[in-house]
Design a protein around this ligand. Structure first.
Ligand SMILES: Nc1ncnc2c1ncn2[C@@H]1O[C@H](COP(=O)(O)OP(=O)(O)OP(=O)(O)O)[C@@H](O)[C@H]1O
Ligand SMILES: [Mg+2]
Length: 246
């Protein structure tokens, strides 16, 4: 069943057009990748879905209900949580406090404690350091914290905006394993990435966004074999050679 339906959304920052009619869908329980180069409009699309921006034209439907125009907290209540680009954790707060902030829809202390325990089980590194300032974590660990905080909101659909950006290769692999793990727990994922190969390996379907338009979409397996995608986003053989040398 279609869970998320983005319908021909347009958006401009002042006079600068960022999205010129973007449509995409995420089905229940699936992982969908949204690829595209810098400035393509990926983050803008994520913000429009999460309620941080309102489309000037078009709409966002979640479980057949229009959510575009609703404020972020109401979109979150319906089950959509965005883990923003650049993580945006609270560096001056402890890991524990950052996680508690994510449990925005819970007032029940017992339930929050339960959610925290689940996170600490999944993320032992965070459990060990729960009382340290979040700013003391490495970039990769901060990304784990940002994802863990997103999960505290008990999403049905998690939007991850460039979770592997600026993270060392060893941790990147862990992040993709984590994405698989979250998907296996039944949470749908819209994965925004520049690491096209790894994203296409976890996603079942993918869209390519360029200059505010979807220029291509299809099953991930088809995309991986596509000559255009290989040239433009997979960097074909060079990456593999580089990986072998590293
Ligand atoms: N706050 C803003 N004010 C003005 N223009 C903006 C703003 N945010 C984004 N833009 C512009 O909108 C376009 C789309 O930006 P967006 O951040 O959505 O791209 P992106 O695909 O997420 O890029 P990246 O891969 O670099 O994160 C770009 O041309 C960008 O310069
Ligand atoms: Mg972006």
């Amino acid at each position: 069943m279609t869970e998320l339906k983005v319908n021909d959304v347009h958006y401009a920052y002042g006079g600068a057009r960022a999205l010129n009619g973007v449509s995409l869908e995420v089905n229940d329980g699936s992982v969908v990748a949204l690829l595209g180069s810098n400035g393509a409009g990926k983050t803008t699309t994520a913000k429009l879905i999460a309620g941080a921006l309102t489309p000037s034209k078009g709409s966002v439907l979640y479980n057949n209900e229009t959510v575009s125009g609703l404020p972020v907290h109401q979109v979150m209540r319906r089950g959509i949580v965005l883990v923003p680009e650049g993580r945006q954790i609270f560096a001056q707060m402890s890991i524990h406090e950052n996680l508690v902030m994510g449990a925005y829809k819970e007032n029940d202390r017992g339930r929050i404690a339960e959610l925290l325990e689940q996170r600490y089980e999944t993320f032992p590194r965070l459990a060990e350091r729960r009382n340290q300032l979040a700013g003391s974590l490495s970039g990769g660990e901060q990304q784990m914290l940002a994802i863990a905080r997103g999960l505290m909101g008990e999403p049905r659909l998690l939007i991850l905006d460039e979770p592997s950006l600026g993270i060392m290769p060893k941790l990147v692999q862990q992040i993709f394993e984590l994405i698989n793990y979250i998907a296996a727990s039944g949470v749908s994922i819209l994965l925004i990435e520049q690491n096209a190969r790894a994203s296409l390996e976890v996603a079942s379907y993918a869209y390519v966004l360029e200059k505010g338009r979807i220029i291509m979409e299809g099953a991930s397996s088809t995309m991986l074999d596509d000559a255009f995608v290989q040239n433009a986003y997979l960097g074909a053989d060079e990456d593999e050679e580089l990986e072998e040398r590293l």
